[in-house]
Write a protein that binds this ligand. Structure first.
Ligand SMILES: [Zn+2]
Length: 447
């Protein structure tokens, strides 16, 4: 086992460019000392692989009957300090919520000890929910933002940390920087993190939003990002009202969208037609947008993205409802909105209905889609050889699992792949955070 760190055998589920949710049964995956995937092949090649890579076949770790690996999930938009007041002040309109709740509480992160306690809670909680990569907004405070970076590194989470830049804020005067301060402190933040040389934690240039930054500040931040080859927080959160022309510009410029369905609903921002964004070949991932969104879980984002897609579909098709069709419905003809429309009978399966997002599409958004949106798809997002083995081990048979796998298929017609398909759906729709999290060398056993 010289070059090889670990070898696993069993079921792996991931997304590829061609397939939103590819199930690889009876596969064998090996990782190197650097945590990267060395091989990922059908298990019938086991002996050849053992010879080639020099590992002992008795060291292979076999997964249990219903266990599977999936890629760690990626939160493309989350405000770390806002986890501490989820659900507070949500009855207010956005700007009032920012002025009365968000800014005063974010301002308390000038106290490092306060930041340390709260950021530790955020990182542990996101990990328990299967978020192995997070793109964080912190606050305007440099030292507290460094604490968030240290914390993510300590727990092994991949993270982009954004010290917020904001030189305009008339709604809560106390919580802002001067232009000079913002530039100087952002430089210091980048310098400190560069020196720390964290493998998985990097700074990201983060203007809070356009109206809170002067043009001079935005220009200087752009320069700083160029000089240091840094990511810039340009993933557009929400984007509910992007026109087709704007989506074309997004594609041409390589800009991405972070779909935050919980926050879109909670803040009454609107519904993003994510199918249309995908049709324009724009990169899109999922975000919780805590605390605009009230859930820190990407499983919630998966479910809400499917629900949003169905709401849009219902809104569009409501004019097609025809009560005369009830007779036809009673004969057993059904369409997605429940009523038959005669010759236009659309199959109920989302895979065949391009308007509705399927659970497979949503799974892809939470994993590979997120890695593309953050431009880290060369290192994570699925189980391609050469990428890091950034994975969650899902075990529905665990004593404290939040879901069971039932099969309604008659025994003689049961196949392993049908059971796996049911297991994935159960996990995506009723899986929940685990109370304990174990970082097992390089992957997380979360559920
Ligand atoms: Zn946000």
């Amino acid at each position: 086992m010289d070059a090889v760190q670990q070898v696993f055998k069993g079921t792996f589920i991931h997304s590829t460019a061609r397939c939103a949710c590819e199930v690889k049964e009876n596969h064998i995956l090996g990782t190197g000392k650097d945590g990267k995937i060395l091989f990922f092949e059908d298990a019938h090649t086991q002996s050849r692989l053992a010879q080639k890579w020099g590992f002992d076949e008795s060291n292979i770790q076999a997964l249990g009957k219903n266990e599977f690996f999936m890629p760690g999930m990626i939160d493309t938009h989350i405000h770390a300090p806002q986890y501490t007041f989820i659900g507070t002040g949500m009855e207010r309109p956005l700007l009032e919520w920012l002025a009365h709740t968000t800014f005063p509480i974010e301002d308390t992160f000038s106290d490092i000890e306060n930041a340390r306690n709260k950021y530790s809670a955020v990182v542990r909680r996101t990990l328990r929910n299967g978020t192995t990569t997070a793109c964080y907004f912190a606050t305007i405070h440099t030292d507290a933002s460094i604490v968030l970076a240290d914390t993510a590194n300590q727990y092994g989470q991949r993270a982009f940390i954004g010290k917020i830049c904001m030189d305009h804020n008339d709604t809560y005067q106390k919580y802002k920087e001067t232009t000079e301060e913002s530039i100087r402190e952002t430089k210091r933040f980048v310098e400190v993190l560069k020196k720390k040389k964290y493998d998985r934690v990097k700074p990201i240039i983060t203007p809070r939003f356009a109206i809170s930054c002067s043009e001079r500040l935005l220009n200087e931040l752009g320069k700083l990002a160029d000089e240091n080859d840094l990511h810039i927080q340009t993933v557009m959160a929400h984007g509910c009202y992007l026109t087709n022309e704007e989506l074309d510009i997004f594609r041409e410029r390589g800009a991405a969208v972070s779909h935050c369905p919980n926050s879109n609903i909670s803040l009454c921002s609107g519904h993003l037609d994510v199918r249309n964004v995908l049709n324009h070949r724009v990169k899109v991932g999922l975000g919780t947008d805590v605390a605009g969104g009230y859930s820190i879980s990407l499983l919630d984002a998966i479910r809400k993205s499917i629900e949003t897609s169905k709401i849009l579909f219902m809104e569009r098709s409501k004019n097609d409802w025809d009560t005369n069709d009830i007779e036809s419905f009673q004969k057993g003809n059904m369409t997605p909105n429940g009523i038959n429309r005669g010759a236009e009978n659309i199959p109920i399966t989302p895979e065949k209905n391009p308007n509705v997002l399927s659970y497979k599409d949503a799974f892809r958004l939470a994993t590979l889609g997120g890695s593309e949106a953050l431009s880290i798809d060369h290192m994570t997002g699925n189980f391609e050889v050469g990428k890091e083995f950034d994975a969650l081990l899902i075990n529905p048979d665990a004593k404290d699992s939040h879901f069971e796998v039932f099969s309604h298929i008659p025994k003689e017609k049961q196949s392993k792949s049908k059971i796996i398909d049911q297991t994935i759906k159960n996990f995506l729709f009723i899986g929940r955070e685990q109370h304990k999290i174990e970082l097992k060398d390089i992957y997380y056993q979360v559920y």
